[in-house]
Design a binder for this molecule. Sequence first.
Ligand code: FPP
Length: 230
Amino acid sequence: MAPTTPPSPDRRALVHVGCIMDGNGRWAKRRNLPRTAGHTEGEENLARLVRVAVKRQVGWLTVFGFSTENWVRPRMEVRHILGLHKKLFGRVTELNELNVRVQWMGRPFESAEARTPKYVQRAIRKAIADTAHNTGMVLTVAFDYGSRAEMVHAAQSAAAQGPVDEAAIDRHLYLPELPPVDVMVRTSGELRVSNFMLWQSVGAEVYFTDCPWPEFDADELDAALALVNR
Ligand code: FPP
């Protein structure tokens, strides 16, 4: 990917980047490795990308860690991905050094449909509490997340309080303070946005790249950010 001119720092500070991190499995397969090795490298790359995004003064980075549809994957793979979430949420020292605040969004733990196991819940709660004082980039991990489930939740909660209009839906999203997405990234050559932040990305630029998630690097992020500043 040819290097592109990144947006000016002023503009970037407000930028919200969404990432659909696809292609871990294919990355591993090409190396004759198990799919789980691809996810492990995907988590490592996310940690590297957070560092780059902070350097680029990105304001909000929201990643699709595990969807409401992903539970049908083989049990061993699901268990591995869950462990990687625990690892990511455990990177508190690094995140504090970077002044990054962690958030989570997904089906509320107490809801009947929610599937987040207790040990992941604990890791999420701890990461949120331990980084709550940070004032820099906000890293939001979507886990047990689906945009349709979020919209149903928002519509039901809004209806319980009064008339349902766009502003009411906005107020009842999982994280109402999350700004609209400026650029949505999807890696690994898939030209779909799947079930990720459909409400929040209505005006977003979309950056599709053939690069698999474990190789999504600074040049790739710069190419995505350049779309925002055209
Ligand atoms: C896509 O790869 C990725 C996922 C299913 C989500 C899991 C993401 C990670 C483990 C990266 C680290 C992120 C966190 C938040 C710990 P795929 O299996 O769909 O790849 P394929 O399409 O090539 O099979």
